[in-house]
Design a protein around this ligand. Sequence first.
Ligand code: M6R
Length: 605
Amino acid sequence: MCGIIGIASNKSVSSNIINSLKKLEYRGYDSAGLATLKNNVINEKKCSGRVEQLEKILFKTPAEGSLGIGHVRWATHGIPNEINAHPHSTEVVSVVHNGIIENSSDLKRSLENKGKKFKSQTDTEVITLLLAEELKNKKPLEAVQDTLVKLKGSFALGIIFKNFNNIIIGARRGSPLAVGYSKNENYIGSDSYALKSMTNKISYLEDGDVCILTKDSVEFYDSNKKKINKKVLILSEDKNIAQKGDYKNFMSKEIFEQPITAKNCINEYIDKSRDEINFYNFPLNPKTVNKVVLIGCGTAYHSCLVAKYWFEEFTSLSVETDIASEFRYRSIKFSKDCLYLFVSQSGETADTSAALDLCKKNKVKTCSIVNVVESSIARNADWVLPIHAGPEIGVASTKAFLGQMLLLYMLSIKLADLRNEIDKKEYQTKISDLKKLPNLLEKCLKSEEKIQFVAKDFLNSKGSMFLGRGFSFPIALEGALKLKELSYLHAEGYPAGEMKHGPLALIEDGLPVIVVAPNDKYFHKTLSNMQEVIARGGKILLITNNNDSVISENVRFTINLPSIEKSLSPFLSTIPLQLLAYHVALLKKCDIDKPRNLAKSVTVE
Ligand code: M6R
């Protein structure tokens, strides 16, 4: 994963590098570093831990220079320590890298055979040493181009050179890299968000591209070493600059702004005067498409699972869901009459991006549902549906999940309408019901106090189980994922009906079991499964909007949610589960916005 930044300027760059690295920390935060260049001396500073730590080091020993590169790391090769932190430098060159060099062991062996010594355990250091070799008799651009052909795997690179005081070279294969332009200053960065405070003029490198920048110029070359031109995009003003405000952390802000997220998304797509959903430019004829395949990772994949139930219920389409890392390596039988839908908050997830590329190679139609509209996945799909959730900073995805589900729900009913598979009146009732969602979400957030109370039950338990049926099964999976990633406690999500086929053996006295049972066609079945758990000692937290008090007997705690049209229940049930994970993590004093071992944007496979 990792985030990289590079700045060529006419003034000192280290503080802007630090500011950009803070914005890139969502990509990795186990170590940080930078290298600046002044009077042909490379000043390298690095540390394990956060950018804050690096800032403290710079405060004591500044890094001078009007040219520099910086990095935040999510460790792939070698533990997160100072030596393995980037940049990796020799006497002549300094490199920051995002991605994985798959043939690094072979390259390392052959460099060692030539007497080269490695300082770190990283794959990146092979690039530094290869470059140092090439630079003995080549200029920087040629040395970089000739080094890149030896590398297998994925990379975005930022490179500075001791003997060339005014240039930074960037390169991309697989991992994203943007270039930013300003007066007397040019930049490279892993994303436009890191550059936004310095410029709104951006270009993106494509796979195989190399760029060479000075403070006054930027040149691009393709993989055949041919000079190319790039379109300059003007980024829209970010009305939603991510600030924590009065919240303790971004995650709580993002949970609590979900009613607004829903409102914005609904306003964006629903024409309220006609109760109509405005989706235009379908890449396939909605009447002849016969299948949708929904693909994503983690939470985004869970939104696909929920959507499967919607598409199947409202349309005659056949529906498949796939985890991107599996999809990309299977022997898929691609179909021209199928719409391949890619769901990703960041739009940069390596597996999802590779799965999309595979579809493109097979010439089938693709749609992306993303939060970051400038992302690679958005740019590469035939059709883009942005969720308009605003920047999501907390590593745990919350409001983006809601936005993804909203888009998928709207798409399912819109397709049903265009295919004449839903009665017009029913379609419009569904749209009216959808408009009530922001207020109902607001009510669900009021469950926080009760959730805070139950959160204590999880502190000393061995683990927990999350159960649901129908739409509520993926919601149970999502609840378990949130708890795991935030509180580091073991949790399992299961279809309630599957318990007796094995997992029931895990139930023992006092084990917390969260049952998601909205008032839908599965309600009574789920309740029977819940009784089987109670009979074996499970301590139940029931999440329901069937407010009949009898069902709460033998239940340790019930979270009562407002009534809602049945197919919309996943939106409401999600809220208490997010709050639960949040409060357990808070009690355990975990780092809520940056859980250990994770990163917001997973740009390695
Ligand atoms: O940016 P994406 O939506 O493609 O990310 C996919 C997953 O990495 C992401 O949803 C992850 O599972 C979250 N941290 C879960 O909260």
